[in-house]
Design a binder for this molecule. Structure first.
Ligand code: TEU
Ligand code: CA
Length: 551
């Protein structure tokens, strides 16, 4: 028997860029409520909202100054309550973003904490004395520079794994943990259906800070804290939880997302998204990805978690470039087929799929952003300053090429609703908070929702098949042709029923015996079945009976 969050498909909404309802160029809660029928029509079950809480927007809401107040740019608490009620009326659940590794430095807790070493809130954060007049260790912040900021008022450094406006909370402090649990109950008692937990495996750091080059990931007490959170809060509600766990491997997920470990329901790994990143410059210098490596990593997650823990399945989110541009082909000739092929490869694996806004339309990276002035993301702007301006390690052209391919703002351009000015995201004469992708006249929801050959219709069909075929949720995954550099093919088996997925990751026409499935072709991005041939970016999904004795 599966849990509701194992049968579900999640749709991620980045509120700032989804739908503006009051012509200020910024997406908002009432805009999301207007678009609930569209989300329902897609056939998903859950909406994950990126943070909507009060924030100074240093990191677009991942720097929270009041966990129990709505960002006025997005609306009011009444607007939130109306959105939640309307979603529930439509049979949609809403999952909030829980950002409790850090707060904004403008949060009341930090304002108090920095006042004095004896303030009751002092130990809500991580303060350390200078060592020989310097920061306690060489850790770096996620957005450049040291992870330590000196605060003159009390002569100590505070830790911030991200920007200096995002001080890390001290989870070793039981009073802090209790305050977080009380806040969680506030939202769950309103009827919220769960949480996505931001960098949740960072909440336990090393027990001391004297070591250099120590990774703060998967610290010594993470499981203890998550089990306490589950005992104190989560186990009292019928909710879904997904932890964002950068650096987590399958062995970590068996604990974090174990079916019987009483921590979380699933986690987001980043391992599969490292296959095209540079060892030194990360996302800013991009290498062609290896399909063999991608298949190997994701197949390991499938096989090592099966029956013991639960996978999330995603290509895209607000921190990642658009997958059709990254692992597919966003040229006019191939974009639609590649977007469908990538969707099918992901959605027929075992786990809960996450569809990021616009992925269901085949939206692409923003090729029209010509200069650093077009970008808004703190991660992009700080990296450009550090690598191009301060250190000169990359030229502006090299950096812009990397940003074009991998920058987070590729996912944060406004949702493309139709071909009217500003793509229907905001009023025609309004300047949105970030520029649009110039291809919105060609790629938009209005041109797809009634088109049976659209990427939207393909995602609708996948969502229907998930509901119709138990093998999609519960089948055992097996990778075929592991060393094939052009094709990804796998089976899912449940009893005598088997799915065969065969996907061509190239523009070439290929022949693979595996492509000639023995059962009913239930989904393809071409009109017909070319037998053992696979045309450019072709994907074929067969429903067949168990045929291979080796399975
Ligand atoms: O992301 C954590 C995180 O690891 C990403 O920032 C990722 O490492 C980076 O984008 C890739 O270089 C979460 C949120 O999803 C992200 O939007 C926030 O910026 C970050 O935490 C801090 O809250
Ligand atoms: Ca608005």
């Amino acid at each position: 028997m599966t849990k509701w969050w194992q049968d579900a498909v999640v749709y991620q909404v980045y509120p700032r860029s989804f739908q503006d309802s009051n012509d200020d160029g910024i997406g908002d809660l009432n805009g999301i409520r207007q678009r609930l029928p569209y989300i329902k029509q897609l056939g998903v079950d859950v909406i994950w909202l990126n943070p909507v809480y009060a924030t100074p927007n240093d990191d677009n809401g991942y720097d929270i100054s009041d966990y129990r107040a709505i960002n006025p740019e997005f609306g009011t608490m009444a607007d939130f309550d109306a959105l939640l009620a309307e979603a529930h009326t439509l049979g949609l659940k809403i999952v909030m973003d829980l950002v409790v590794n850090h707060t904004s430095d403008e949060h009341h807790w930090f304002q108090e904490s920095r006042k004095s070493r004896t303030n009751p809130y002092r130990d809500y954060y991580i303060w350390r004395d200078p060592v020989d007049g310097h920061a306690p260790n060489d850790w770096e912040g996620g957005f450049g520079g040291s992870a330590w900021e000196f605060d003159g008022a009390t002569g100590q450094y505070y830790l911030h794994l991200f920007s200096k406006k995002q001080p890390d909370l001290n989870w070793r402090n039981p009073a802090l943990r209790a305050a977080v649990y009380a806040m969680m109950r506030f939202w769950l008692d309103k009827g919220v259906d769960g949480f996505r937990m931001d960098v949740i495996n960072f909440i336990s750091k090393t027990d001391d800070f004297t070591h250099d080059h120590r990774s703060p990931i998967n610290g010594p007490h993470v499981n203890e804290y998550l089990q306490e959170m589950n005992r104190e809060v989560l186990s009292h509600y019928d909710v879904m939880t997904v932890g964002e766990t950068p650096g987590a491997k399958p062995a970590n997920a068996l604990e974090y997302a174990g079916l019987n470990t009483n921590e979380l329901n699933m986690v987001f790994t980043f391992q599969h998204l490292g296959v095209d990143l540079d060892p030194k410059f990360g996302r800013w210098v991009v290498h062609p990805f290896s399909l063999v490596r991608l298949k190997q990593i994701m197949s390991d997650w499938q096989t090592q978690l099966h029956g013991q823990a639960w996978n999330s399945l995603y290509w895209n989110n607000h921190d990642q470039p658009r997958v059709v541009s990254r692992f597919g082909n966003d040229s006019p000739q191939w974009r639609v087929r590649a977007a469908k092929m990538l969707g099918a490869v992901l959605h027929f694996m075992e786990g809960t799929p996450y569809v990021y806004q616009g992925e269901e339309l085949g939206m692409t990276n923003a090729a029209n952003f010509k200069s650093i002035a077009d970008y808004r993301d703190i991660e992009i702007l700080n990296a450009y300053q550090e690598l191009v301006v301060d250190k000169g390690e990359l030229t502006a052209e090299q950096m812009l090429q990397g940003i074009h391919h991998s920058g987070r703002d590729n996912a944060r351009t406004p949702m493309q609703w139709d071909d009217t000015p500003n793509a229907g995201f905001t009023g025609a004469s309004v300047t949105p908070w970030i520029g649009l992708n110039a291809n919105y006249p060609q790629i938009n929801a209005a041109s797809q929702v009634d088109n049976p050959d659209s990427v939207f219709a393909f995602y609708q069909r996948m969502n229907q098949l998930r509901k119709q075929l138990p093998v999609v949720v519960s089948g055992t995954y097996k990778l075929l042709l592991p060393d094939d550099t052009q094709v990804w093919t796998y089976t899912r088996t449940l009893g005598q029923v088997q799915l065969l997925v065969v996907a061509n990751f190239t523009a070439d026409t290929l022949t693979r015996s595996e492509a000639a499935g023995t059962g009913k072709l239930i989904l393809t991005n071409y009109a017909d079945d070319a037998g053992a041939h696979l045309r450019g970016y072709e994907v074929k999904v067969y429903l067949q009976h168990k045929v291979r004795t080796s399975d």
